[in-house]
Design a binder for this molecule. Sequence first.
Ligand code: ZN
Length: 301
Amino acid sequence: MSRRLLPLIPLSLLILCPGARGVETAFDQGRAWSLLEDQLALGPRYPGSPGHTAARWWIIGELAPLVDELTLQRFEYQPPFGETVTATNIIGLLNTPAETRVMLGAHWDTRRYADEDPDPARRGEPVPGASDGASGVAVLLELARVFAESPPEVGVLFVFFDLEDQGRIGGQEFCIGSERLAAAEALEFDYGVIVDLVGDAELNLHPEGHSLRGAPELVRRVWDIAAELGESAFIDEPRHTITDDHLPFLRRGRPVIDIIDFDYDYWHTVNDTAAHCSPDSLGAVGRVVETLLRRGGSGGW
Ligand SMILES: [Zn+2]
C-alpha cells in the first residue's frame, strides 16, 4: 500500500457512514421567519382587502432585485356569486440561461372566512394566514435570496399564486390562479414543487396522493433528501390527497408535487397565527428544497 492511499481510508468510511450530514445549505430560517412576520403585519390578504394589495406590492418589491425577469399575470375573476376580483400571479425567473428549469410555487392569498373555526361566532372573520399563505411565500423568498447570492446549476421559476384559497366562498373553486397559469401553458419548466402550510410548529409532511401518482420519482427524491439531511418532519408514509396548486399542472402532464402539512390544527381558523408556527419548520422545508435544486438533474431520477 502506498502512503498516498492512506488518507483515503477514513474519507471513504466517512462517506459511507449512515446519517452523515455532508450537505451544505445557506437557507436562513431566521430570515424566512421575518418574511412570514412581515406578511402578517399587512393584515389578512384576501382578494379585495387592503392587505391583498399591500402584499402584492410587498412580494414584487422583495422578489424584483433577486431575479433576472419578473412577470405579472393579471386577470379578472368573476365568482359565481359576488363582485369581480382582480388577481395577480407573480412570476420571477432566476438563472435564465440554465438548461434545466425548476418551478417553485406558493400561494400568497389568504382565506376570506375562517369557516373551520371551532367557534361558530368567529367563522365570519378572515384567516390571518401564518401557515396558510405566509409560510410558503417566506420559504420561496428566502430561497430566492440564497439562489441569487449563489445560483444553482438549474434555473428557478418562482411563482406566487393568487386565488388559491377562496374555494367554496361565493361558489368559487380552489386554485383559480394556478389554473389560469397552467391553462395559459406559458411557463417553461422541467419539474416543480409547491410549498403550502409549511409553518406548523408541529410539522408533519407526508407524501401527497396526487403528487405520488403524477410525479413519483420527484416525491421519492425529496423524501430521500429529507432523510439524508435528518429532517424528521418529512415522514415517508402517504397520508392525504389534496387539491392544491400542483393539480392544474399535474392534470396537464407536468410533474409538480405538493409539500404540505395537512395535519395543522389551526387550518382555516382565526388561530392560524405565528404563535402556532416555527422558524424550524420553515428551515426544514427550505433546506430540503435548496438541496434538491443544488443537486440539479432534469427530473428523471
Ligand atoms: Zn387554505
